[in-house]
Ligand binder design. Structure first.
Ligand SMILES: NC(=O)c1ccc[n+]([C@@H]2O[C@H](COP(=O)([O-])OP(=O)(O)OC[C@H]3O[C@@H](n4cnc5c(N)ncnc54)[C@H](O)[C@@H]3O)[C@@H](O)[C@H]2O)c1
Ligand SMILES: N[C@@H](CCO)C(=O)O
Length: 586
């Protein structure tokens, strides 16, 4: 059956200005954003893709049931009288989700902007509550995208010919996303659903339904009508625009595009088992983050004191015995320990046995990287450690991306959340002891806070950054440090200025100069204004091009998100994960 194609206006697709990074338009509807409990997984998916260097327009629907509730509320006021202004009320559902999602992004240190209906430039025609998009003026959207790389757009709403809000008809957020993708010339448009693609029939009712890897626009209109809004499929067909349909965390979207392939039976993927060492600030935040992720199961947790009460109930029993910890059997080891010797020895042993490792410990990674990389190579395992540097600020990814483009000349960064937090508070009149106590209470500081204050923590991170920037061994780098001691604090307080602990790497006379020092922020305009525990990095190449990134440098949720993205990466390469868990015992 051929789709009936609506007569949409078809302006030429325009790439966004300065479009270096691929642009993805993603849509999160009420099947994946049912309640506020679902926000962390959606924010995590956005974080994962931003970290991988994608620019994102994220279109959201109202939370489940919200649109019906708002229509009913409107009707309670209007009765049978037809009112043009119903979209003003009903579109609040999508605006609320956009604001909630931005909060969830902020919590994990992912900058995002919201493009409100009046700024979006999406014009519509037809009935106010069942309109068709006709054109897009992306001026504000482009501006916001250039500023943060992630723009959240309330779906389902546009502006009618009379300049008032209009609605795109039920399921219209799909249409918002596909239309924006088409008009912006996006590299991908993906609609996230609670099912992993398009099936012959609803897998909730027919569990053995087969799944399409590819389904044509016309066939999608036949088999996937309840899943994808028809208008968006018709628009995509008219523009020859492929649409991806997938569940969060999936690696195999259905492509709704030019062809239909034979559907295949679904094989559920077994969960990946995680051995989590450390159940403090980071370990507990990771357990909370993975609670509803069907891909992972925390199988074993190693701690110092199993009897202590924890704020996040552990998903399995805690042990302080390494043998018992290992006996549970797992595919991935997460190092969230404060004890370096235990962490280093477990990482090395497990990597050599083929167990993948995600580490949050800059001390372990900066001191043992060549050894650990060797163990990973011999065991055929992956070693990831994004969380060890910058918390959720994707500093290592940004540096690696820059290094792939050209010769790095300089890296200037803020990489210690605790010190940045303290200096920020000092500049706002707090006393040093109070600021340090607040940083500790927030879970930013190391077990021994002296490592933060002395610059040793930043120096360890700088060594890892240098490895990614200049391909040198972390241990080979000499780093000068300056301590935030009483004398420095007195000098900073007397200056009345905002100071930063800045870490830098610079090519100088054929060697790499590296240092961690305290400077007034006014001397470092390129750093912007990193507030509280936020970290940032500015990477400059020999040709003058500049790469930047920001994120929360410390704290449970941000650090756990970086680990979750590492776990996601491991899960995506799961073909390489051996299923023989007896390796642990050997
Ligand atoms: N807190 C942060 O903001 C943050 C951010 C990024 C990285 N990190 C790193 O993550 C790791 C954990 O940090 P945290 O803040 O969660 O620390 P934490 O002190 O809150 O927790 C440490 C955990 O390690 C366990 N532990 C310590 N020694 C042990 C031993 N010998 N055997 C078994 N268990 C042991 C403790 O019982 C505790 O569960 C550290 O390497 C830290 O540098 C922390
Ligand atoms: N103590 C560290 C934790 C993140 O590595 C900091 O404050 O930056």
């Amino acid at each position: 059956m051929k789709p009936s194609v609506l007569p949409h206006a078809q302006p030429q697709a325009r790439p966004l200005s300065g479009a270096a990074e691929p642009l993805y338009v993603l849509k999160f509807g009420s099947s994946v954003l049912r309640t506020i409990e679902d926000l962390p997984r959606v924010a995590g998916e956005l974080y994962r893709l931003r970290r991988a260097g994608r620019r994102i327009v994220a279109v959201v629907s109202a939370l489940a049931g919200e649109t019906d509730r708002l229509f009913a509320e409107a009707e309670a006021v209007t009765g049978p009288v037809s009112c043009r202004s119903i979209p003003d009320l009903v579109s609040l559902g999508e605006e609320r989700t956009a604001a909630l999602l931005r909060l969830a992004c902020d919590r994990i240190g992912l900058p995002a902007e919201i493009c409100r209906p009046e700024e979006l430039g999406l014009e519509t025609s037809g009935d106010a509550c069942d309109s068709q998009p006709t054109s897009l003026d992306p001026f504000h959207l482009e501006h916001k995208l250039a500023a943060s790389g992630l723009v959240i757009v309330p779906g389902f709403v546009g502006m009618g010919e009379d300049g008032q809000r209009s609605l795109l008809g039920r399921g219209g957020s799909d249409f918002s996303a596909v239309f924006l993708a088409g008009e912006l010339g996006a590299d991908r448009v993906r609609l996230y659903k609670d099912v992993d693609g398009v099936f012959e029939s609803d897998p909730a009712r027919t569990p053995d339904a087969r799944r399409f890897a590819e389904v044509s626009w016309a066939d999608a209109l036949e088999v996937a009508r309840p899943l994808i809004q028809a208008g968006s499929v018709e628009y995509a067909a008219a523009r020859s625009l492929p649409i991806e349909i997938e569940a969060i965390g999936s690696t195999r979207p259905t492509c709704v595009g030019p062809i239909t392939s034979e559907p295949l039976p679904q094989k559920p993927e077994p969960r990946l088992r995680i051995g989590l060492a450390g159940y403090g600030v980071v370990g507990q935040a990771l357990a909370a983050r993975l609670k509803d992720d069907p891909r992972f199961e925390i199988a074993s947790i190693l701690v110092r004191q199993p009897q202590r009460t924890r704020a996040v109930p552990p998903p399995c029993s805690l042990t302080n015995d390494v043998g018992t910890f290992l006996d549970a059997g797992f595919d991935i080891f997460v190092d969230a320990l404060s004890c370096d010797s235990t962490g280093a020895s477990l990482c090395r042993t497990l990597l050599s046995r083929g167990i993948h490792v995600a580490s949050a410990s800059k001390r372990v990674v900066s001191s043992h990287l060549p050894l650990l990389a060797g163990a990973a190579a011999s065991g055929g395992a992956r070693l990831l450690y994004s969380a060890a540097v910058g918390g959720s600020a994707p500093i290592l990814e940004t540096v690696s991306r820059a290094a792939a483009q050209g010769r790095i000349e300089e890296v200037v960064c803020v990489v210690n959340g605790t010190v940045n937090f303290i200096l920020d508070r000092l500049s706002r009149g707090a006393g040093a002891d109070e600021a340090i106590a607040l940083a500790r209470a927030a879970g930013f500081a190391e077990e021994d806070c002296a490592a933060d204050l002395s610059g040793a923590d930043a120096a360890a991170k700088l060594r890892i950054i240098a490895h990614h920037a200049f391909d040198i061994s972390p241990q080979a780098l000499d780093v000068t440090t300056q301590s935030l001691d009483e004398e420095a604090i007195a000098r900073i307080e007397a200056s009345g200025e905002r100071w930063v602990q800045v870490a830098h790497l610079r090519r100088l006379d054929g060697r790499i100069e590296a240092g961690v020092g305290l400077r007034p922020l006014s001397e470092l305009p390129e750093l912007g204004a990193p507030a509280e525990e936020w970290n940032r990095a500015v990477v400059t190449l020999a040709d003058g091009s500049v790469y930047r990134c920001v994120g929360r440098g410390a704290g449970g949720p941000a650090t756990a998100e970086a680990i979750a993205a590492d776990l996601d990466e491991i899960s995506r390469g799961r073909a390489g994960i051996a299923q023989d868990r007896t390796r642990l015992a050997s």
